[in-house]
Design a protein around this ligand. Sequence first.
Ligand code: 1GP
Length: 248
Amino acid sequence: MFGPIEKYLLEKINNETSIHMTLVDPEKITAKQASKIAESASQSGTAAIMIGGSTFVSQDHLDDVVKSIKQTVEIPIILFPNNITGISQNADAIWFMSLLNSVDPYFLMGAQILGAPLVKKLDLEPISLGYIIVGDGGTAGIVGKALPIPYSKPELAVAHALAGQYLGMHFIYLEGGSGARIPVPPNIIRTVKSVLDIPLIVGGGIRNKEQAIAAVSAGADIIVTGNIIESSDANQKMSEIVKGIRNK
Ligand code: 1GP
């Protein structure tokens, strides 16, 4: 059972080997700024816009951000919720995710049960995702009550990723934490990818073309960048990353 956005992602990965997505954090910006960012990201060739942050924004603000991005770009908008408050109408899809290394049942299955009826009601396409926090874990690790997997234990990352796949999840996401000092190391990506039959997403701390290429060369099917859209030379960096991973 694949919806149109998931099909789009899988086809794009199939055709281009690896793709880039842009994460927009509604906490940090106005709706107008969000649509500008999404527009330049789209012009740089990003495959989709993800919307989400680690803390809470008002529902109205989230709806405004999603709406204004939707009015501006053609590429899919996929919600990346940290809680049930991250669900919004006007998006195309939602990463229907479980934080696999959380010690809190709320982030494993509780929020999902609360949110599922609204996802249905709003007719959002759910895309099943196993989310794993690695490295220092950042804000997402604290908020999600995760036991972040140390980079010295790739076998634990493998165990979590395989468990997600065996439970039927369609994608696995290795999250190094937004703004992480160093991105998820290639050896972790390589080890996890070597056991998976489903696409692997990697994000957190990717700031330049070299880091992006290192991640996709190690096996990331999708890389996600967030913070760099706020840098002064954002357009150039994004284009370099998108072109870089295409021509790697
Ligand atoms: C999404 O955490 C990433 O997984 C985004 O990280 O903001 O560091 O690019 P950055």
